[in-house]
Write a protein that binds this ligand. Structure first.
Ligand code: SF4
Ligand code: SF4
Length: 473
């Protein structure tokens, strides 16, 4: 077959209508990937250790006694890199989430599923932790298959029991770490150290999470990526032929055939050893083109590079590249899609930066109570009722008082003096009392300063409704 014909064949290639992890009878096909080795695998190992250290270490880091990272969805309290976000900041939080999604779309449009292979906790835990334990206990893929097919003898019982106990123990540890992101390490420590009866909900949560992680990593595995993960399902719309993916160079590799026949039959570089298929944790053949199941783990690159070294060919028959580059030798193009995602992302970053710069540690609102007119008071005075709302977004206790700053008058809180606890939202009322002689118009503008100690923590501009307005009406 001529290379031109190969190009045509690749261009016309149909999407597959089956998935690798399901047999023709509809049952699950269990994947036993060969243990990978090579430069990409080594790099991923080092990077995974770093990410795992970050993931396991972050809940223990504190600043001024407060967590550096906390995602308490139960109390809607989030601390990200030491900055506290409360429900009133959700617009900011929502925008940051949108920006993260757009970044992911942009990275995917340019570099394909690089996130899946290098950053995703599912891939890291499955391939870099659980799979390694499996290799350690049961051996490489051929020994695993043999063990699976063997009778239940002492060796099989021992290895399977040991593996699943270790898997359960690890799931338990991951569950604890996961929970520490939600409730904080101090609360988790209490659940661990104090009697179960005092922390029944927490204890049950740990068990439930342990069960979920055990189910995912011991049994469900790659199905999380191929059947459940929405990001994986979106690949067909996020990628195009200019995206850099893990790709087989069909122009160079085809027609495939055994090494000994290469010269006589004018074959391509692929010797059809199928080692790229053997190492694939999702059971696909990357030579069929980019597929939904590919999590960009790089195992097939390493396997094929090793083969190319052995047959004295250049590495990179399977490599990070775009289909456009492979078929037409063109380099990375800045496509309208990339420009679009980048523009949206830049706008979002600008908006978030401005909102972040304007964000205050204390939110104060003082609004005249709706539906209320003024009240006549003794000594020729008039009062207006105001609703107060103060959100303390700090970890400090904060006494707050109000002072009228643009004219003479008196402020009377209804209830006790205000002292906000850390993260507290205060809602109350106050009366603003002015002498009639100071009221010159329907709505007298008033400026109220909120003071904590000697520090002015906010100035609110409002209006005062007085008898003058009734005269005008
Ligand atoms: S590992 Fe390389 S040479 Fe072997 S089948 Fe896969 S692509 Fe061909
Ligand atoms: S095709 Fe290659 S990169 Fe994709 S999942 Fe399989 S081994 Fe990993």
């Amino acid at each position: 077959m001529q290379k031109e014909e190969v190009k045509e064949k690749i261009a016309e290639e149909e999407f597959r209508n089956t998935i690798s992890i399901v047999k023709s009878d509809g049952k699950r096909k269990w994947i036993y990937p060969k243990k990978p080795k090579g430069r990409f695998y080594t790099a991923r190992n080092i990077f995974s250790i770093f990410l795992l250290a970050v993931l396991f270490g972050l809940p223990f880091i504190k600043i001024d006694g407060h967590p550096f990272m906390l995602l308490n969805i139960l109390e809607r309290k989030f601390i990200i890199f030491g900055i506290l976000f409360v429900p009133q900041d959700f617009y900011l939080f929502g925008l940051v989430m949108i920006a993260l999604f757009v970044s992911l779309f942009l990275v995917t449009a340019v570099y394909g599923r690089i996130f899946c292979g290098w950053f995703c906790p599912q891939t890291i835990f499955l391939e870099m932790v659980f799979r390694k334990i499996e290799y350690l206990i049961e051996g490489d893929y051929l020994r695993q298959i043999a063990l699976e097919k063997s009778e239940w003898n002492a060796e099989k019982i021992f290895k399977k029991t040991l593996k699943y106990i270790v898997f359960f123990g690890l799931s338990f540890v991951i569950s604890n770490i996961f929970l520490s992101y939600i409730i904080g390490i101090d609360e988790l420590w209490k659940i661990i150290n104090e009697p179960v009866s005092q922390h029944l909900t927490g204890f049950i949560s740990i068990l439930i999470f342990t069960g979920i992680f055990y189910f995912i990593f011991a049994w469900f595995r790659e199905q999380a990526c191929t059947l459940v993960c929405p990001y994986g399902r979106l690949q067909s719309v996020l990628l195009d032929k200019n995206s850099i993916v893990i790709a087989y160079d069909s122009v160079r590799g085809e027609p495939r055939g055994k090494a000994k026949d290469k010269k006589s039959l004018n074959l391509g570089d692929c010797i059809d050893c199928k080692l790229c298929v053997a190492v694939c944790p999702t059971g696909i053949d990357i030579r069929n083109g980019t597929q939904l199941e590919c999590v960009n783990c790089t195992a097939c690159i390493d396997a094929c590079d090793d083969v190319m070294d052995k047959i004295n060919r250049d590495r990179g028959l399977i490599r990070y590249d775009s289909m456009e580059a492979i078929l037409n030798k063109s380099r990375l193009k800045i496509t309208p899609r990339i420009i679009g995602y980048s523009t949206v992302l830049l706008i979002l970053i600008a908006v978030i930066s401005v909102l972040f710069a304007l964000r205050k540690d204390i939110d104060i609102s003082v609004l005249r109570t709706p539906g209320m007119l003024y009240q006549e008071m003794p000594e020729d005075k008039v009062s207006n009722l105001y609703n107060i709302k103060i959100v303390n977004k700090t970890f400090k206790e904060m006494p707050v008082e109000f002072r009228l700053s643009n004219m003479e008058g008196e402020i009377k809180l209804i209830g006790q003096a205000i002292t906000l606890k850390p993260l507290e939202i205060y809602e109350g009322s106050m009366l603003l009392i002015l002498s009639k002689k100071n009221i010159k118009m329907t709505n007298t503008p008033v400026k109220i300063d909120a003071v904590s100690g000697n520090e002015n923590i906010g100035s609110i501009e409002s209006s005062f409704l007085g008898p003058q307005s009734r005269k005008q009406e």
